[in-house]
Write a protein that binds this ligand. Structure first.
Ligand SMILES: CC(C)(COP(=O)(O)OP(=O)(O)OC[C@H]1O[C@@H](n2cnc3c(N)ncnc32)[C@H](O)[C@@H]1OP(=O)(O)O)[C@@H](O)C(=O)NCCC(=O)NCCS
Length: 234
C-alpha cells in the first residue's frame, strides 16, 4: 500500500468488520488481493451487464483487474467470507475520487472494451458534475460488488453497502457515488436512500470521436441503462 495514501482509521474499520449471518466481514489486505481478483474474474466480469456486453478479451480482463488493484489500494474495500469454510462470498470495492487527480493514469489501457468503460463513465460524470454540485474536492466511488453465485440472494451485497455507508460517513466523506446497470443493484440502492443524478442508454451511447455505437449489438442491450446515483451524508 502506498505510504502517501490516507488510510482509514481503526475506529472506522470497527464499524464494518465483524459478523453478519454466517459470514464475516473483513477489510481487503495485500494478502487477500489474489482471491479477491479471482472472484471478480470468475463471477463479476462474466455476470455484469456492461462488461459482458463489451466483448471481453484476455487483455481487457487483465486491464479491468488492474483497475481493481488500484481501487483496493485506498483501503476502502471489503469482503465477506463464509465463517465455516472461509470461502469468499462477496466483494465490495470502493475507492477515493479526488478532484483533478486521475488515479488510473498509470495504467496503459489498450483494449477497446476498457476504453469504452472509461468513455461511458466519463460521459456520466460530466452529467453528474459531482464536485461542483456539492462543492466538494473528493468523494467515495462504489466501484463494484460481486457475490459468489452460491451466496446470492442472502442480503450480502446489500449489507456491504449498508456497512460501507456507515464506514464512509465515519471517514468524513460527504458524498458516495455509484454507477449501476444491474436491475438488482438498482433496486437495492433505491431502498438504501441513493438518489439518481442521470442515466444513459446502452442502445444509443456513442464514441465521442467516431460517433459510432459503443455497444456493437444494440439488440443485446435493449432497455439497458447505466445510472449515476449518489448517497449524500448528512
Ligand atoms: C448483483 C449482485 C451483486 C447481487 O448480490 P446479492 O448478494 O445476491 O444481493 P442481495 O442479496 O444483497 O440483494 C440486493 C437487492 O437485490 C435484489 N436481488 C438480488 N438478486 C436478485 C435477482 N436475481 N432478481 C431480482 N432481485 C434480486 C434483492 O432482493 C435486494 O433488493 P431489496 O433490497 O429491494 O430487497 C450479484 O448478483 C452479482 O454478483 N452479480 C454479478 C455482478 C454484478 O452484476 N454486480 C453489480 C454491478 S456493480
Amino acid at each position: 500500500m502506498g505510504s502517501l495514501r490516507k488510510m482509514p482509521s481503526e475506529e472506522s474499520y470497527a464499524l464494518i468488520e465483524g459478523d453478519f449471518k454466517n459470514f464475516r466481514v473483513k477489510r481487503i489486505t495485500d494478502k487477500d488481493i489474489p482471491k479477491v481478483l479471482e472472484n471478480i474474474e470468475l463471477y463479476f466480469i462474466p455476470g455484469e451487464i456492461t462488461c459482458s456486453n463489451l466483448g471481453l478479451t484476455d487483455q481487457s480482463v487483465r486491464e479491468f483487474l488492474d483497475v481493481a488493484k488500484i481501487s483496493i489500494q485506498d483501503g476502502l474495500g471489503f469482503y465477506m467470507e463464509d465463517k465455516e469454510t472461509g470461502e469468499l462470498a462477496c466483494v465490495r470495492l470502493t475507492h477515493r475520487m479526488r478532484k483533478g487527480v486521475d488515479q488510473f493514469e498509470s495504467l496503459d489501457i489498450q483494449s477497446k472494451s476498457m476504453f469504452a468503460v472509461f468513455e461511458i463513465f466519463d460521459k456520466l460524470n460530466k452529467i453528474g458534475k459531482i464536485y461542483e454540485r456539492y462543492g466538494i474536492d473528493e468523494y467515495a466511488e462504489f466501484f463494484l460488488v460481486s457475490t459468489t453465485p452460491k451466496y446470492r440472494n442472502q442480503g450480502a451485497s446489500k449489507e456491504l453497502y449498508r456497512r460501507s455507508l456507515d464506514f464512509l460517513r465515519a471517514e468524513g466523506f460527504k458524498v458516495a457515488k455509484v454507477f449501476l446497470s444491474s436491475p438488482w443493484t438498482v433496486a437495492g440502492t433505491k431502498s438504501l436512500g441513493f438518489e439518481e443524478l442521470g442515466s444513459l442508454s446502452y442502445e444509443t451511447v456513442r464514441w465521442s470521436e467516431s460517433g459510432e455505437l459503443i455497444f456493437p449489438d444494440p439488440e443485446k442491450v435493449k432497455g439497458v441503462n447505466l445510472y449515476l446515483k449518489v448517497f449524500v451524508f448528512n
